[in-house]
Design a protein around this ligand. Structure first.
Ligand code: PAJ
Length: 285
């Protein structure tokens, strides 16, 4: 496996691979790799000839007072895991390499970025969309793998790639969970044992929302309230939002039909955790 730290080398390496006919798979990450990230690598390996992973803790997507400095970083461990899982090259630039001069250009998708995660983190998705646009430009034509774990991010990246005609096929991959339902996240390491025990309430809330729909509930507000009620019954959880949205527009539908996405977020002590679930609303006879 190769470690590449400059934009020019990454571009050259992937251009060369494509010249010899290879399909490139790109897995953007911020490191602190876990099974969730590695599932994206496995999906990329299955469909591509060359798998490139980026590891870059992107300062642009962290707000003031967020965990940029404390974000877990262990490049040697990440490189070993990437190698074990068949990654061909890791692109791990420094902040100075990625942002050589102060960034005056920003990629924004305001209609999709102002609710849910965007409501409590107003600059977050501009930081994500901007760095992902840079990564797409560096990688060139490829398939890019993102987790449904960060569902709003996936929807925004997909829309950005389509709106700006990037030669990139954005592929969404299912959420990898712990046996008790907690979604794998780099931020789970911040949980105390008590908070860790409480955290699966997010997944249970999503299941409660799905059950409400499957037993006939068609009012998004009522389904959202059922999920919120379960999260707030957990004393260690501070609910941020519980939502039911259209999976493309992220708007709350008046009446539930077709595919919908249930999303929840809550703080457990220091970390804010997210989870979501897709539901196909049964047709009513
Ligand atoms: P990061 O949080 O490191 O996540 C990298 C990718 O792994 C994202 O696409 C995320 O959705 C996916 N992922 C994380 N946990 C997962 C899980 N439990 N199951 C499936 N996939 C999971 O997301 C980012 O980094 C950044 O915002 C980035 C896109 C790299 C831009 O900086």
């Amino acid at each position: 496996m190769e470690l590449i730290t400059t934009i020019a080398d990454a571009r050259r390496r992937l251009d060369t691979a494509r010249t010899s006919g290879a399909q490139v798979g790109l897995v953007p990450t911020m490191g602190a790799l876990h099974d969730g990230h590695l599932s994206l690598v496995d999906a990329a390996r299955d469909a591509c000839d060359v798998v490139a992973m980026s590891i870059f803790v992107n300062p642009l997507q962290f707000g003031a007072g967020e965990d940029l400095d404390a974000y877990p970083r262990d490049l040697d461990r990440d490189l070993a895991l990437a190698d074990e899982h068949g990654v061909d090259l890791v692109f791990a630039p420094t902040v100075e390499e990625m942002y050589a001069s102060p960034t005056l250009t920003s990629v924004v998708v305001p209609e999709l970025a102002s609710t849910m995660e965007g409501a409590s983190r107003p600059t977050h998705f501009a930081g994500v969309a901007t760095v992902v646009a840079k990564l797409f430009n560096i990688a060139g034509p490829c398939r890019a793998y993102f987790g449904e774990k960060d569902f709003q991010q996936l929807v925004i990246v997909r829309r950005m790639a389509a709106d700006l005609s990037f030669p990139v096929e954005v592929v969404g991959c299912p959420i990898v969970r712990e046996p008790d339902g907690l979604a794998r996240s780099s931020r789970n390491v911040y949980l105390s044992p008590e908070e860790r025990a409480a955290a699966p309430v997010l997944h249970r809330a999503l299941e409660r929302g799905r059950d409400a729909i499957e037993s006939g509930g068609r009012d998004a507000g009522m389904v959202a309230a059922a999920m919120a009620g379960l999260v707030t019954s957990e004393p260690l959880a501070q609910l941020d939002y519980a939502e039911v949205v259209d999976p493309v527009t992220l708007a709350r539908p008046d009446r539930l039909e077709g595919e919908v996405r249930l999303l929840v977020a809550a703080r457990f002590g220091r970390p804010r955790l997210l989870d979501n679930l897709g539901v196909l609303v049964p047709e009513q006879g």
